[in-house]
Ligand binder design. Structure first.
Ligand code: HEC
Ligand code: HEC
Length: 156
């Protein structure tokens, strides 16, 4: 029994393998019509999204994505452009949301007087959004969708 299903699985794997191989030679895929041994033209670079609208977070711990452009913003040893708007003391002037309280915590959970060095390099976690259409669609399902799916038997 075991053996037979293993053989069936193997046959299936081989069939799947060959069919994907043929698909590869027939369709052009992401690289377009460019032959495999050539390098095609690079697609044009699209600008980043630049709005004042904050985006919804997919789960509570998600670092919110950056809705505005950050072109030319310096974040290094000598300065942090982000903090010139997002620091606690700057928000009245900038009307930007303050970095949250977690950004003041050291690794022992103690609150520091200013942004923790662990949170200094903002773009480690926060990323701007590009306006390009993703070449491959994303099937990420957020927690609200998952929770709203009634499961068989009535349990949620
Ligand atoms: C000139 C002021 C300014 C600077 C500089 C700036 N921001 Fe912002 N940021 C804002 C404002 C204002 C908002 C609120 C939404 C809006 O108006 O675009 C915002 C929104 C955000 C948000 C969304 C917050 C949320 O809850 O959705 C993130 C994340 C963010 N900024 C990160 C950054 C990072 C990282 C940098 C540096 C690379 C940066 N910002 C530099 C003003 C600024
Ligand atoms: C190690 C990852 C990490 C780094 C580095 C980081 N953040 Fe965050 N940030 C988060 C996460 C996660 C959240 C959402 C949960 C929270 O508030 O802690 C957040 C939330 C925020 C928010 C929304 C606050 C609110 O109350 O809505 C702003 C604004 C922000 N970060 C700005 C910044 C800026 C500016 C920097 C750089 C000085 C920075 N962050 C560095 C992970 C990070």
């Amino acid at each position: 029994m075991m053996k037979r299903s293993a053989i069936a699985l193997l046959a299936f794997a081989i069939a799947a393998g060959t069919s994907s191989l043929t698909a590869q030679t027939v369709t052009s895929g992401l690289r377009g019509p460019t032959p495999l041994n050539d390098e095609g033209p690079a697609p044009p670079m699209l600008p980043n999204r630049n709005t004042s609208e904050r985006e919804v977070r997919n789960y509570p711990e998600q670092p919110p994505v950056i809705p505005h452009s950050i072109d030319g913003y310096q974040v290094d040893l000598n300065g942090n452009k982000c903090l010139s708007c997002h620091a606690r003391a700057r928000t009245a002037e900038s009307q930007a949301p303050m970095v949250s309280i977690t950004h003041f915590m050291d690794r022992d959970g103690q609150f520091l007087g200013s942004v923790s060095p662990r949170r200094f390099f903002c773009t480690e976690c926060h990323v701007p959004q590009n306006t390009a259409n993703p070449p491959i669609s994303n099937d990420f399902i957020d927690i609200d969708t998952l929770l709203s799916r009634a499961s068989p038997g009535g349990r949620r």
